[in-house]
Design a protein around this ligand. Structure first.
Ligand code: GDP
Ligand code: MN
Length: 398
């Protein structure tokens, strides 16, 4: 789960990371008030969306008066901000954060991530902050410092000092830098984060180390033990299709093609998507119904997959190990009898009781296309989608 910049700053500051003074606003007028409350004569207005790259997309604006703040906020509220991280649909701006602007000398990149290959928390830092880490690793790979945390002893002070030296932090600021690094690490560990990123971390003109931006992502599977973090969820920043599925205990990923996928298991979902692409199609989504494919679950899955207007064909791909193909087939038949769908449905079953399952589909009298292999299923689904496209060429652009 992602949270907003202002929320990440609030959390990190509880762990001793220094952040600029700031205040949240839900309207342009409120943004003006907030600036007056903060005082000073220069402010930054920042669109709160779950994505980076806001600066380049017009989502971060430097303002010298409350009129400028109101105008900048007016141009943000209610709009969709499109950055290189949001995809073309963008993310809605419903909150802005107003901060006292801070003059600075240097920008540093700082990230804490889970490194899966070493199975450790890894600190990634660079003296070339301000740009995205991808850009840094393309343009200034030598500036990147990496350090992993030994879980038996945790993040040690000497390790933090080593990072500070590698980044050429002035000696007088080493202790502040160590506190910042340790604060981020403790926040990462104590709150079950999977990512903490401060970009830029700056050295201000009055010689302080300050987090000008902050981003945190949390492990969804650990949210149950952090209700105060779970509360920070902002559904306005999520794909509405994915939120709906998550609320119903289903695993749904929205994509951009036209073939809806109902699959059991994430690995099988990946294989299904690859095969659809190989057959010349594009998946619209994939929905993992998990182990117990009861008729109710299958019906829910169909409703969710079809709520995406781009879906022109549905591919059901079930491998029944613990499950049984005849149960799944019954589920599909019940779901489609109760709620007939307007698009072709291709079903591929494999595993326990597959013959019985296929017989149930055949005898149902429903227009279900049975498939014998995954490749066959993908080709049939792509053919069904292409047929539909040929019938209704208007839809091609959707
Ligand atoms: P991002 O583009 O979404 O990562 O948003 P950031 O919060 O990182 O802001 C983009 C850029 O705006 C930063 O890299 C800074 O250069 C600049 N910026 C942000 N806050 C301040 C500030 O308080 N003072 C000044 N002078 N620049 C800022
Ligand atoms: Mn940033």
């Amino acid at each position: 789960m992602d949270i907003h910049e202002y929320q990440a700053k609030e959390l990190l500051s509880r762990f001793g990371v220094i952040v600029p003074q700031g205040s949240l606003a839900y309207s342009p007028e409120q943004a003006g008030y907030r600036a007056r409350e903060l005082g000073g004569d220069r402010w930054i207005v920042k669109a709160q969306v779950h994505a980076g790259g806001r600066g380049k997309a017009g989502g971060v604006r430097l303002c010298d008066s409350d009129q400028e703040i109101i105008a900048a906020s007016e141009s943000m509220f209610g709009r969709k901000l499109v950055t290189h991280q949001t995809g073309s649909e963008g993310k809605g701006i419903y909150r802005v954060y107003v901060e006292a602007a801070v003059p600075f000398e240097r920008e540093i990149y700082l990230g804490f991530v889970l490194d899966r290959s070493s199975q450790r928390v890894m600190i990634v830092a660079s003296s070339e902050g301000g740009m995205e880490i991808e850009e840094i690793s393309a343009k200034k790979p030598d500036s990147i410092v990496r350090s992993t945390v030994e879980p038996a002893v945790g993040f040690r002070e000497f390790q933090a000092r080593e990072i500070a030296f590698a980044l050429d932090i002035p000696a007088a600021l080493t202790q502040q830098m160590v506190r910042t690094l340790q604060g981020c690490y403790r926040a990462f560990r104590d709150l079950d984060a999977t990512m903490v990123e401060i970009n830029p971390l700056v050295i201000t003109s009055d010689n302080r180390i300050l987090a000008l931006d902050a981003k945190m992502t949390f492990d969804d599977n650990a949210l149950f033990r952090h209700p105060q973090i779970a509360e920070l969820r902002d559904k306005s920043q999520e794909d509405p299709r994915e939120s709906r599925a998550a609320d119903r205990g289903l695993n749904y990923i929205g994509l951009v093609g036209n073939i809806g996928c109902i699959v059991n298991g994430a690995g099988l979902a990946m294989a299904t998507m690859d095969t659809i692409k190989l057959a010349g199609g594009e998946p619209a989504n994939f929905l993992d119904i998990g182990g117990g494919a009861t008729p109710e679950r299958v019906a829910k899955a169909f409703r969710l997959v079809l709520s995406d207007g781009n879906v022109r064909a549905v591919l059901v791909n079930i491998f029944a190990g613990i499950n049984r193909c005849d149960w799944v087939a019954e589920g599909v038949v019940k779901a489609l009898t109760a709620n007939p769908v307007g698009v072709p449905v291709v079903v591929r079953l494999a595993g326990t009781n597959v013959e019985e399952g296929l017989r149930i589909l055949e005898n149902s009298g429903l227009p279900i296309i049975g498939a014998t292999s995954l490749m066959d299923a993908a080709e049939q689904a792509v053919a069904a989608w292409k047929n539909d496209q040929a019938r209704d060429p208007e839809e091609e652009t959707s």
